[in-house]
Design a binder for this molecule. Structure first.
Ligand code: GTR
Length: 326
């Protein structure tokens, strides 16, 4: 009887609070795949501090680092349905969920990291952001993730060097097509499994940026890192759309302000720590190979573009927007 009554009272109190539009403090959780020492670790911690400050403690964000809340595709689904509120996602694994996000997974679509940010800040970025928000994963700030290059026991200086190699890729058909186009065998796999797979020879190589190559120990089981820079993929602070939309406009502005400031900090950290990661792996014995002429890699991607655009003609507009962005 007492229990029933108190439940009723609580329900009535909650209804009253909602009816009056009184804000109640919310506990949010954030997923991040990286460990300490990676720029995104520091940036996500900064986001948690800033969100508390900007919302006057109304939103408390607890960041779970190191992928402890699940693999990236799982975490994406969790944020999409609102079981986790926030994710620091790479846009690569978002492509299978939101087609427009696949723009950034077309190899060599961007000329440089600044070019990638200019595209994100323009019409193409607006189209992608809108589509992601509609799917439930709303980007509110963009992180730098540099460029991804190949690493393996041997140097990979031309597409022919990929022939016959089993290469780990993230979960996206564009990456399997990319490796197949060079005659390699693509192996989609969770990030957490890659070091062991390299060590035991389950895969011959993988591709990533310097901070990830260093931070999860891939460099310990590899010899050559070759600067193909075939993918420049941004990352986001993404929020479950329904939870974001349920906030008052002041709170939405506060959360966005915190995210954008965390992203400024992330880009500063990235600039310093990615250079340091390169120095560290070289000091540990990794041979970094410059590739003066990337045209053979770019030309090898012609069939990837042709097949993709044939199957997804509506993506041509985004490709054109990216290519026409100075
Ligand atoms: C990293 C990225 C992660 C994850 C990882 C991977 O560079 O920051 O989110 O996508 O690559 O290769 O799975």
């Amino acid at each position: 009887m007492y229990k029933k009554l108190s439940a009723k009272l609580l329900g009535a109190a909650a209804a009253l609070t909602m009816a009056c539009g009184i804000a109640t403090a919310a506990d949010w959780r954030a997923w991040n795949i990286h460990n300490e020492g990676h720029p995104n670790h520091g940036a996500m911690d900064r986001f948690a501090e800033l969100i508390a400050k900007e919302t006057n403690g109304e939103i408390k964000l607890q960041v779970f680092h190191g992928g402890v809340l699940g693999s990236q595709p799982d975490a994406l689904e969790q944020v999409r349905i609102g079981a986790i509120e926030v994710g620091n996602f790479n846009l690569g694994p978002i492509g299978p969920m939101v087609k427009e996000a696949n723009l950034v997974s077309l190899p060599f679509i961007f000329k440089s990291v600044p070019h990638m940010f200019r595209v994100l800040d323009g019409e193409a970025g607006d189209i992608m952001s809108k589509a992601m928000a509609e799917a439930g994963v709303k980007p509110i700030a963009w992180f730098d993730a540099g460029a991804r290059s190949f690493y393996a026991q041997k140097a990979i200086e031309t597409p022919a060097d990929v022939k016959g190699l089993k290469i780990r890729v993230m979960n996206n058909n564009l990456y399997t097509a990319m490796i197949s186009a060079m005659g390699g065998n693509p192996s989609p796999m969770a990030f957490s499994e890659v070091q062991q797979a390299l060590k035991t020879g389950v895969v011959d190589g993988a591709e990533n940026n310097f901070p990830s190559f260093k931070n999860v120990g891939h460099f310990e089981v590899t010899k050559n890192y070759s600067l193909s820079e075939h993918l420049i993929i941004p990352e986001c602070i993404c929020v479950n759309t329904a939870k974001f939309d349920a906030l008052s406009s002041e709170m939405q502005a506060a959360v966005t302000k915190a995210a954008k400031a965390a992203a400024v900090y992330q880009r500063e950290l990235w600039a310093v720590q990615s250079g340091q990661a390169r120095k560290d792996v070289e000091a540990a014995g990794i041979k970094v190979n410059e590739i003066a002429d990337k045209a053979p890699f770019q030309n090898a991607m012609d069939s990837v573009y042709a097949d993709y655009l044939k199957a997804n003609p509506d993506m041509q507009k985004l490709v054109d927007l990216a290519k026409s962005t100075k």
